[in-house]
Ligand binder design. Structure first.
Ligand code: SF4
Ligand code: SF4
Length: 310
């Protein structure tokens, strides 16, 4: 059909030119992850995220998600912030510091696909970034970008885990990469450091116990046994990444869209406490923090304020 080796390398060069920090390619096939995934669902580890219970066939086999799928082009974009919130103020997960990553990833992946179509106008495919039932970390590992750590996150050797993942699932046959040989070894730091015991065993996070789930996805009250362990995490949690030795060498990102505003960097518990809905909309207009909604953020701040007063 076409010279696969050369074109795969060219795709990776183009991904780099678009600002992606890593790109790998693997065959679109059945992941073989069904048993493990179904066990996690059966044990209700998904909490209230009922969308994870749907489209399981598509999640397990991307060929059912994208018609004619033959290849998965997996990309990673660094979000490790060059400037961080001071330790004592309300903490937001690093990924939420700047502009909503869904939009940034969608735009860059769209540009990559457009470029591919200049060479293969007949190519068909779809772009994803945390936007559809796709086993993103699994495919990134298959595509040789990195390996899945015991905290269930994708770790890129030499770069760490502070990366957004995205995929272009496409009907072109390409040259494929192989998984990397690195792994967590004997390390268990994320398991022992998680304040809520959410990493129940290596490679398994129970969302019900996870501060990220409780402060972002959970639409109900925060589980009472989690509240005393929230520390000052008002939106998400990076603890199992911060303790990971693979993140010691994390370098700051170079994506202007992810630079936090001065307003964001000056947030305190008092300003969040006093914030009304209009200020909330202004402050987080372009941010992923919108996912928690005004009421969710207020709920989190109130829960943490209660424990701080004790
Ligand atoms: S994000 Fe926080 S609460 Fe969730 S598994 Fe990691 S350390 Fe535990
Ligand atoms: S902290 Fe250790 S066990 Fe956990 S993901 Fe990192 S290397 Fe793996």
């Amino acid at each position: 059909m076409h010279k696969g080796v050369t074109f795969s390398e060219e795709i990776k060069q183009q991904a780099q030119a678009l600002g992606f920090d890593a790109c790998g390619i693997c065959r679109a096939t059945n992941s073989g992850e069904e048993a493990r995934y179904m066990e996690w669902i059966r044990d209700h580890c998904q909490g209230g995220m009922s969308y994870l219970e749907r489209n399981i066939d598509k999640r397990i086999d991307p060929r059912l998600l994208v018609e004619g799928a033959r290849s998965i082009i997996s990309v990673a974009l660094n979000y490790y912030p060059p400037v961080k919130l001071p330790g004592k103020v309300p903490q937001f997960a690093y990924y939420a510091y700047g502009k909503d990553y869904h939009e940034v990833m969608r735009e860059k992946l769209g540009s990559l696909f457009d470029w591919i179509k200049t060479r293969f106008p007949e190519a068909r495919g779809r772009c994803f970034s945390d936007s559809a039932p796709v086993l993103e970390r699994f495919w990134a590992a298959q595509a040789g970008i990195g390996f899945v750590g015991k905290n269930t996150l994708l770790i890129i050797p030499g770069k760490g885990s502070y990366f957004f993942l995205g995929e272009l699932i496409i009907d072109l046959e390409l040259e494929y990469d192989s998984p990397v040989s690195e792994n967590c070894g004997d390390c268990r730091r994320c398991l022992t450091s998680c304040p809520t015991g959410a990493i129940e065993r290596p490679y398994r996070v129970n969302a019900n116990k996870c501060i990220s789930y409780q402060t972002i996805e959970n639409k109900e009250e925060i589980a009472p046994d989690i509240v005393p362990n929230l520390r000052n995490n008002v939106y998400g949690c990076d603890i199992c990444q911060k303790v990971c030795p693979w993140n010691r060498g994390a370098a700051p990102h170079a994506t202007p869209e992810f630079i936090p505003s001065e307003r964001f960097l000056s947030l305190t518990f008092d300003t969040l406490d006093a914030m009304d809905e209009e200020e909330y909309r202004d402050t987080f207009r372009y941010s992923a923090v919108k996912r928690a909604k005004f009421s969710g953020l207020k709920r989190n701040v109130a829960a943490i304020s209660k424990t701080r007063r004790k």
